[in-house]
Design a protein around this ligand. Structure first.
Ligand code: DC
Length: 221
């Protein structure tokens, strides 16, 4: 059977990774978290004191960075130059830096190639910002998953509180608004709904309802 490619795009905090991970598990597909790849690149630049404004240094450094993906017990491991960096890439700081560095064309070209290669080999659920538009324009199903800024901020805040991290919801809302703006207005591969994507607003939906809806869309294919 031909590989099935499911593309899920949307802004930060829309629930993409939780939903993509569960759908992948249910269907036996590989889950590819492309945001984690941008986060790993950002970590490399941070560690090497390269700023998001230094496009020449970024381009040069791209030649030395190797980001790969491995799977262990069906969990995605992001390998940065041979090191598993999963434990370092989930902070708000790295997320914001990933957004800032991802405007760079050299960074995007490098990661898009790797993502396309993964989708050629396996049936994937891939989430990100440009999956339906650039990475997998011929995906079998494309979802644009979003929720209101208020709802996304509330979810992020609850997630942090559950981890015992005291967070300020207004600061989270400000970060999310800034990140949305940068991701949606950048020159290369901005976040936008692909013309053939199904729009899903999860503000008033549970995770289970979103998953059920997407599975029914896959079955109708
Ligand atoms: O999904 P995330 O929050 O882990 O992504 C972090 C940042 O990486 C996001 O704000 C923008 C960038 N990104 C991107 O430009 N393209 C993707 N396909 C995935 C993420």
């Amino acid at each position: 059977m031909k590989n099935f490619n499911l593309a899920i795009d949307g802004p930060a905090g829309a629930g993409k990774s939780t939903i993509a991970k569960r759908i992948a598990k249910q269907l036996g597909f590989i889950y590819v978290d492309t945001g984690a790849m941008y986060r790993a690149m950002a970590l490399y630049f941070l560690r090497n004191q390269i700023d998001a404004s230094e496009s020449d240094r970024i381009e040069e450094a791209c030649k030395d960075v190797n980001v790969t993906i491995e799977y262990k017990d069906s969990e995605q491991l992001v390998i940065l130059n041979g090191e598993n960096v999963n434990a370092f890439i989930r902070t708000e700081e790295v997320g914001n830096m990933a957004s800032a560095f991802s405007v760079n064309k050299a960074v995007r070209i490098k990661l898009v190639e790797l993502q396309q290669e993964l989708a050629r080999r396996e049936s994937v659920v891939m989430d990100g910002r440009d999956i339906g538009t650039i990475v997998l324009p011929k995906a079998d199903l494309k979802i644009y998953l979003t929720a209101s800024v208020k709802e996304r901020s509330k979810r992020r805040w609850s997630e942090l509180m559950e981890k015992g991290v005291i967070a300020d919801i207004d600061a989270i809302e400000k970060d999310i608004t800034e990140r949305d703006h940068r991701d949606m207005t950048r020159e290369f591969a901005p976040l936008k709904q692909a013309v053939d994507a199904v729009y899903l607003d999860s503000s008033d939906m549970t995770i289970d309802q979103v998953i059920e809806k997407i599975i029914s869309l896959i079955q109708s294919k």
